[in-house]
Design a binder for this molecule. Structure first.
Ligand SMILES: [Zn+2]
Ligand SMILES: [Zn+2]
Length: 80
């Protein structure tokens, strides 16, 4: 299993909001937001659901970023 530097606190990743150029906040793994559904879905389906079908094979962790200024949300893959 890979080790995501963001999940483990080794690294901070900040991305710029495409709308307002503010710094977007890392809100953690996208898959954490599907906990309510995880009883009904296996991990492969969740990986497909987050739009990164190959993230499991590529050892990427998909993080959810949020812009505090304009509420823009987006996901970004992080190499584990
Ligand atoms: Zn992560
Ligand atoms: Zn923004």
């Amino acid at each position: 299993m890979g080790l995501c530097p963001l999940c483990n606190g080794f690294e901070m990743k900040s991305i710029q909001c495409p709308n307002c150029q503010s710094l977007m906040e890392d809100r953690g793994k996208v898959t954490d937001y599907f906990d309510d559904y995880s009883a009904y879905m296996d991990i492969d389906i969740m990986k497909l659901f987050d739009g990164y079908a190959n993230s499991l094979e590529n050892h990427e962790c998909i993080h959810y970023f949020y812009c505090p200024v304009c509420q823009h949300q987006e996901s970004n893959s992080v190499s584990e």
